[in-house]
Design a protein around this ligand. Structure first.
Ligand SMILES: C[S@@+](CC[C@H](N)C(=O)[O-])C[C@H]1O[C@@H](n2cnc3c(N)ncnc32)[C@H](O)[C@@H]1O
Length: 223
């Protein structure tokens, strides 16, 4: 690793056993202002800033009492929630293990498992007013397969939100390729007063990641 003469950018030399792709990843991590900020501010992931920025734009966190965090690992979003809302009940789920977060119940399991929704709601102790999903399927490098797998996660997260949210509640989900597909957006519009797409500044420019923010859940009678 070396510093540019006088510059601030950290360069990473390609080491034996490290692919060009992982060298690029490491270089980007080392030079990413959000990674530095996350470290300085005690967040486990740079992803925390995506939620913070979405919140600045849409005001999604304030006033929430029960929050579900789908795809919680390593825990940045739940840390943000807990810092803003120390009294809120928060549950999260991930395929990966997550180090404990004070006041957050964490399940290490597949959200697509039929038993997952019941476990989440039972642990939450009531209907959520905020359902967040930052879930992303592991990419297999085949764009159509990757898009389909991610869409299936968004679809399942939306179905869950519509089934469990309190009236007036909010659903936030990561989506790909410029947004949710038309059918999903139509389903969101049927169920929420407003549906907006956003790419927060901390979401990497080159990534196909976007977020959809659906606010003002109309309640089950709207179906
Ligand atoms: C981008 S990360 C989430 C980062 C998190 N929001 C944070 O702030 O630290 C996406 C997560 O979704 C999880 N995930 C993907 N598919 C899942 C599934 N079917 N069930 C549970 N978690 C899933 C992945 O394991 C991964 O940890």
């Amino acid at each position: 690793m070396s510093r540019d003469g006088g510059g601030l950018r950290t360069r990473v030399k390609t080491a034996r056993g490290r692919t060009a792709q992982s060298t690029r990843w490491l270089e980007r991590q080392l030079n990413d202002p959000y990674v530095k900020r996350a470290r300085a501010e005690g967040y486990r992931s740079r992803a925390a800033y995506k939620l913070i920025e979405l919140d600045e734009r849409f005001g999604i966190i304030r006033g929430s009492k029960r929050v579900v965090d789908l795809g919680i690992a390593p825990g940045g979003w739940s840390q943000v929630i807990k810092r803003r809302l120390p009294k809120a009940a928060v549950v999260g789920i991930d395929l990966l293990p997550v180090d404990p977060i004070d006041g957050v119940t964490i399940f290490e399991m597949d959200f697509m498992d039929d038993a997952a929704p019941g476990k989440l709601i039972e642990a939450l102790g009531g209907a959520p007013d905020l359902v967040l999903s930052d879930m992303a399927a592991n990419t297999v490098g085949h764009p159509q397969t990757d898009a389909l797998r991610t869409m299936a996660l968004v679809e399942t997260a939306l179905a869950f939100a519509v089934e469990v949210l309190e009236k007036g509640g909010t659903f936030v989900s990561k989506v790909f390729a410029g947004g949710a597909d038309q059918q999903l957006v139509a389903e969101m519009k049927r169920n929420f007063a407003t549906v907006k797409h956003a790419k927060p500044p901390s979401s990497r420019k080159g990534s196909v990641e976007w977020f959809v923010v659906a606010q003002g859940f109309k309640g089950r009678s709207a179906e």
